[in-house]
Design a protein. Structure first.
Length: 347
């Protein structure tokens, strides 16, 4: 039998921006359910780089992806949000009016139906899949010797690691895994990198000191039996080939983003992003908001902290839809006794 859930807001996406939206909504007595296609909360932070350091979160000189998610979960605990994981929103139907929005949201996996007054899309770039290098039989090594994300650094301790790529992910993991790997090799098609200059400098310093290797070229074949990698054949620009010994290969070629059903929800998409205003981050459909990497507007910066700001302003407008007869009184958590009671910190 199909479940039917009534709530104030449905948040699509349980990454950091979606999680912080729970906090901003909770301060305004707005209840919400979150839906995410992943099996756990945290979005890309938890799925792709849980141990990667992040340096641009206000108040945290450094925090890991998973650390940020854990802190956000602790922050929203007083509001008891409900999570629906491993589920994808299949349809979003407007059943209200522009003045009094109401939506019916259905998921595909468990056939859950939600009726809510507002929808906040915090789906990052949509569902994401790693771009795979065109190497024969690479599938047979995936999950045992070939990985597209680093979820636990300890998996690579004392391993001969080959990292392929020239962007931020490739260079960041090069300098982070080099101290624990038995030997680390970075491979890129050319001697120019698209990563932060200081990270590139650190990599070149490690190469100069002999603590790691750098090769130019592309992987043409993988060697090893029984799904266990033993080496990769590298082809240089001049056509010559040589074998690099490795137990593990980490290809970082970026992600392929897919919007999925979002593209069919009647939103005015622009290059697979959702245009919003900068007052309340509402879409062209009253009651539907988009925050985080999924939205676009003049001056947009794809930063987590920008998504936090967007979520805070979106919550103010959501309040008007959820409590149309109630005047919104702006308060600070530092001085408001009522907000502190909601957070469980009042004396």
């Amino acid at each position: 039998m199909t479940d039917h859930i009534e709530t104030d807001v449905v948040i699509i996406g349980a990454g950091p921006v979606g999680l912080f939206a729970v906090f901003e909504l909770g301060l305004l007595d707005i209840k919400c359910h979150l839906i995410d296609i992943l099996p756990k909360v945290g979005g890309q932070c938890a799925e792709l780089y849980p141990e990667k350091p992040i340096y641009d979160i206000p108040g945290f000189p450094m925090v890991t992806g998973q650390g940020l998610v854990d802190n956000l979960m602790a922050q929203i605990e007083p509001f008891n949000p409900t999570f629906h994981l491993n589920e994808m929103v299949e349809s979003l139907e407007s059943i209200g009016t522009p003045e009094a929005p109401l939506f019916r949201v259905r998921t595909s996996e468990n056939g859950t139906t939600f009726v809510c007054k507002s929808v906040i899309i915090a789906a990052g770039g949509g569902s994401f899949q790693p771009k795979k290098p065109p190497i024969d039989n690479i599938d047979s090594y995936e999950g045992t010797s070939v990985f597209y994300a680093v979820r636990k650094m300890e998996m690579f301790r004392n391993k001969k690691v080959l990292i392929v790529g020239g962007g931020d992910s490739a260079l960041d993991w090069t300098v982070n895994l080099q101290p624990i790997a038995k030997r680390l090799t970075l491979l890129h098609r050319r001697d120019a990198f698209r990563a932060a200059p200081h990270t590139v400098e650190k990599m070149r310093s490690l190469v100069a000191s002999g603590d790691m290797d750098l090769h130019l070229g592309q992987v043409s074949a993988l060697k090893g039996d029984n799904h266990v990698l033993e080496g990769a054949v590298i082809r240089k620009d001049d056509g010559s080939e040589h074998l690099v010994d490795c137990d593990v290969m980490l290809p970082f070629f970026g992600l392929t983003m897919k919007l999925g059903p979002i593209a069919e929800w009647g939103l005015n998409l622009h290059e697979n992003l959702i245009p919003v205003d900068t007052e309340k981050f509402e879409t062209n459909v009253p009651g539907i908001f988009a925050i985080g990497d999924i939205n676009t507007y003049p001056g947009k910066l794809k930063l987590i902290l920008s998504g936090f700001h967007e979520g805070a302003l979106a919550a103010q407008k959501v309040h008007r839809y959820v409590y149309p007869e109630k005047k919104l009184l702006f308060q600070y958590t530092t001085s408001s006794t009522s907000l502190q009671k909601k957070l469980g910190v009042a004396a």
